[in-house]
Structures are given as structure tokens and as C-alpha cells.
Design a protein around this ligand. Structure first.
Ligand code: SF4
Ligand code: SF4
Length: 134
């Protein structure tokens, strides 16, 4: 069984949200880690990762192809906002849906959803709840 990080084959959240955080997390502060040159100011106290403060978002630190193989080129130095998006959480799945990828659970297991079942008034599924099928 593979225990690899599902984010390596995704990257949707890095190319969907504006990734902003307190400027003190940048290298402009003695304790900051995020390279200041990879950010842009969005308010007097907040910066955003370059590339995420625009209509078509993609973080400048993201390498690779979304949905194929990606990596964060500043992984060890990434911001608290980046840490907060966890595989399988609500924001993760919002980004994945936007990129046309299936949702996943907190273990990184892809949730197979049959749209046909969800869209029909199935007597066995009266609430219209998503059901995973093989
Ligand atoms: S947290 Fe979710 S959306 Fe972000 S890279 Fe990982 S699997 Fe993809
Ligand atoms: S810094 Fe890394 S983890 Fe954060 S949005 Fe950019 S590519 Fe994603």
C-alpha cells in the first residue's frame, strides 16, 4: 500500500486560493521564513504569495503541473496559511472540485462519487447523499 503524500499529485490549493499571511512570516522579519521577493503586499500588514493575488491564480513557488506532479519549491519555508490547508479538509476539496478532481478524505483516499446516483431520486438514497461506489 502506498503512503505517499497525495499533494504531490495535486497542487490544486496552490493554484486556486489567494495565499495571504502576516508580513512577519517573510524574510523581511528576522524570524520570518518566506522569501520576501516571492510575495507582494495586499494590505499594510499582510502579503500574498505572488501569483495568487490575481484572477488566474498560481503560486509562484509551485513547480510542476497541477493534477499531475507538483512540488512546493519553498516547502520548509512556506507560510502558516500553506500549513493550514490539509489534504481532505474543506478547503482542499473546494480547490480539487474547482480543478475537476475528485474529493479525498483525511487519509488522502480518493472518494469515488457516482453523479448518476446522486442526481437521481434513488429510493435507497432518499437524501441524495453522495455514495461511494466502485
Ligand atoms: S491539500 Fe488538497 S488541494 Fe492542496 S495539494 Fe494537497 S490534496 Fe491538493
Ligand atoms: S508556498 Fe508552496 S504550499 Fe504555499 S501556496 Fe505556494 S506552492 Fe503552495
Amino acid at each position: 500500500m502506498s503512503h505517499s503524500n497525495p499533494c504531490i499529485r495535486c497542487g490544486a490549493c496552490c493554484a486556486y486560493f489567494r495565499v495571504s499571511f502576516y508580513w512577519g512570516e517573510t524574510t523581511a522579519h528576522p524570524d520570518g521564513t518566506v522569501p520576501i521577493e516571492l510575495t507582494e503586499p495586499v494590505s499594510p500588514y499582510y502579503v500574498a504569495m505572488r501569483g495568487t493575488n490575481q484572477a488566474k491564480k498560481r503560486c509562484v513557488a509551485l513547480a510542476g503541473e497541477v493534477g499531475q506532479e507538483v512540488n512546493c519549491t519553498i516547502y520548509a519555508a512556506r507560510s502558516s496559511s500553506c500549513h493550514e490547508c490539509q489534504a481532505g479538509d474543506e478547503r482542499c476539496n473546494r480547490a480539487r472540485r474547482a480543478w475537476g478532481m475528485p474529493e479525498m478524505d483525511a487519509q488522502g483516499v480518493i472518494q469515488k462519487v457516482c453523479q448518476k446516483v446522486c442526481d437521481t431520486n434513488d429510493a435507497a438514497n432518499p437524501q441524495g447523499t453522495f455514495r461511494a461506489i466502485d
